[in-house]
Design a protein around this ligand. Sequence first.
Ligand SMILES: [Zn+2]
Length: 227
Amino acid sequence: MSSLSEVNFSYSHYQNTLQKYLDEKYQFIKMSDVLKNLENENIFILRHDVDKSVKKALDLAKIEHQLGIKATYFLRLHSNYYNPFGYIVQELVKQIRSFGHEIGLHTEFLDFSEILGESAISTFEKEIDVFQTIFGEKPKTYSFHRTTGATDIETLKEFSEEIFEKFGIIGSYDQRISENFKYLSDSSGIWREGCFSQHIGKYSRMQVLIHAEWWFDKNINLEESLV
Ligand SMILES: [Zn+2]
């Protein structure tokens, strides 16, 4: 059982933990380099699904940059919280990319295809085009934004195969990643298997998903996890 005192979402804890992985000689790779690293040792994919705040994502991007780490930031097109076409996000993303971080697509094509009444793959293709229009390059990788009552993992894996065949873009549910990389996530502000600070040196390949929304300059001890 992890007690509240062990749950720390402060920026300093984030920075210290990443430093410890560096001390253990982990190599941080971008998501688009994953297929080259399926069998390599001490590989770390630092992934950010930017659900609500690109501003907070930039905070983490700066911390990583100070440590010489490259991460991958997945951006939404349909968020109600930020506008990828707008001035603010454009400037924030420019700064994130200037640190050498990768950007990818945080896709919502399954939910959106239902609203639009068209095939999921057609919607995905549109998202790629829109992403390219906004950010000037096609996404090399994507991750699924999962809403409540979302599609099951098996379906997501099937779509991952189809998308890789059609577009050559790798997704977070790709079987080759799940088979070779230990996956840890702070989804909903809960580390189900304990904070990533408790796993240093345990796995030769890791994919760690961090949502910037849960992290703060000063640690806030939450009475209960937010959903
Ligand atoms: Zn998401």
